[in-house]
Design a protein around this ligand. Structure first.
Ligand code: NAD
Length: 321
């Protein structure tokens, strides 16, 4: 059984990944960690440690304490927050990656998962069916950290044989956790507001098309790429990954099928500029060919599940209060 450490386990992806990896490897083989106790479900679900991803000794101490062989590095500052705190985003996103890559290079761990993002692309990238290998001139601090991170992952693999694997996640949507400061956060908030208030004010314009994915698909992709035989992982920078693309107007129409009196209004803010620099849709044929990636959720299926799960969640919390 691998001994797994998740860094940033209290976040949107890390929390769901923690529970999935516990199902697969057993609770005793999975160590969840974060800089703070900000998700009590994760903290109370098994072994939990406070680890600062920016502090090499903090990460190494945890690795040695539990004999860790695989790290999933989920700590980062995301696109919208990164524009407010550029140097913090640079420091956290780069230092944490170097610490983990160096632990692998020096033989403390064997395998690394590190997520990249569609934010590696920029306005000069072809926006439709964005190819795996193409022009990449990101205009956000976050995108720059992800692009540079990809180069370092490939470098550590080629130069030192580090088994690092990576996916360029699109915007991720989940009913279980709230997003952490990204440009695609609207696609989660809209479902909550639809159920609570039957209306939503969107911070992107109605025709802004972006690549998106339901969290279950993203977690499956993460597990599958890590379980694939090493020779199937031909790209060691990061794989394009896709499931669906939609605009705020299209998601609002999908919601209206379940909540007919739902209303959306548009008040674009600084995040519009970020969204305008990103692709509308992604060509992920390399991931499908190399390690058999498949998605399960489209906009309709995701919307049905988001609405029924969130209705249950809010009904239960009303009963408790
Ligand atoms: P998130 O902001 O929800 O979670 C990040 C977690 O990292 C938080 O729990 C935070 O407390 C923790 N953290 C912050 N600083 C830390 C530190 N110094 N040490 C340890 N932990 C620290 O982020 P997320 O949405 O779960 O994203 C996880 C990864 O996936 C990131 O690399 C992100 O760039 C990438 N990604 C996310 C999306 C998305 O839609 N959520 C899309 C593309 C890529």
């Amino acid at each position: 059984m691998p001994k797994v450490l998740i860094i940033g386990a209290c976040g949107q992806i890390g929390s769901e990944l923690t529970f999935k990896l516990k199902d697969i490897h057993g609770t005793e083989n999975v160590v969840a960690s974060d800089i703070s106790y900000n998700n009590l479900d994760v903290v109370n679900s098994g072994i939990f440690e406070i680890v600062d991803a920016q502090d090499y000794n903090s990460v190494r101490t945890c690795v040695e304490k539990y004999n860790i062989d695989t790290i999933y590095l989920m700590a980062a500052i995301l696109s919208a927050t990164g524009e407010k705190y550029p140097m913090k985003a640079w420091d956290l996103n780069m230092n944490s990656l170097f610490h983990v890559l160096n632990l692998a290079k020096d033989g403390f761990i064997k395998h690394v998962f590190w997520p990249s993002s569609i934010a590696v692309f920029g306005p000069s990238t072809p926006a439709t069916d964005t190819p795996q290998h193409t022009t990449m001139e990101p205009t956000t601090v976050y995108g720059i950290t992800k692009q540079v991170g990809e180069r370092w992952c490939e470098y550590y693999h080629k130069k030192y044989g580090v088994d690092v694997r990576s996916i360029r996640y699109p915007g991720l949507i989940s009913w279980k956790t709230l997003p952490g400061g990204g440009t695609t956060d609207y696609a989660v908030e809209i479902y909550h507001d639809a159920i609570k208030h039957k209306k939503y004010e969107c911070f992107l314009a109605q025709h802004t098309e972006l690549p998106m994915m339901y969290m279950d698909d993203a977690i499956n992709a993460t597990v599958n790429i890590m379980q694939a035989p090493s020779d199937q992982i031909k790209i060691r920078s990061s794989y394009n990954l896709a499931a669906m693309s939609f605009t705020p107007l299209e998601i609002s129409k999908a919601i209206k099928k379940h909540i007919p009196d739902f209303e959306i209004t548009y008040e674009p803010d600084f995040r519009q500029h970020i969204a305008d620099s990103w692709p509308k849709s992604i060509d992920d044929s390399s991931a499908r060919a190399d390690w058999s990636w498949e998605h399960n959720y489209d906009l309709e299926k995701m919307t049905s599940e988001m609405i029924s799960k969130l209705r249950e969640k809010y009904a239960t919390s009303e009963k408790i209060s």
